[in-house]
Ligand binder design. Structure first.
Ligand SMILES: [Zn+2]
Length: 138
């Protein structure tokens, strides 16, 4: 019996038109090999994607399974092709040489309290230190 699982990715948007099938991936036979579904366009706004898996049953009738929709997190979404956001700007790091934490910004209340004579800035501030929790504290 040569089963042919068939995976289909569908994506849609809130208030958009009918859900469109954006890409279909077909595997042949029973395999645990991974398939990659790529190039699903993200047009911005609230968008979801879900997968439809079809597999011929023993008697030839198709078995279907649907995954729950996966939502794009709009607040985290980046337009395609843009670099990942830089979460670190080492030039703004501040630490006290007597402390085991560093601050991501000199605007942090705790960073402002560091004595000038103990202050370390830049990438050196991070060396051997862990990030200040909740930094910068206003
Ligand atoms: Zn801080």
């Amino acid at each position: 019996m040569n089963r042919t699982p068939h995976t289909e990715a569908r994506s849609g948007t809130i208030g958009g038109n009918a859900v469109n099938s954006v890409e279909t991936v077909t595997t042949t036979g029973n395999t645990a090999a991974q398939n990659t579904i790529s190039d699903i366009p993200y047009s911005g706004g609230a968008q979801f994607i879900y997968f439809k898996i079809t597999q011929a049953n023993e008697d030839g009738s198709p078995d279907r399974a649907w995954t729950a929709p996966i939502w794009f997190d709009v607040s985290q979404a980046q337009p395609p092709g843009s670099p990942p956001p830089s979460t670190e700007d080492a030039s703004k790091f501040v630490a006290s040489k007597n402390s085991l934490v560093y601050h991501v910004s000199s605007d942090c209340r705790s960073a402002k309290a560091i004595k000038e004579s103990n202050r370390i800035t830049g990438a050196a501030a991070k060396q051997g230190r862990t990030p200040h929790q909740g930094c910068p504290i206003p």
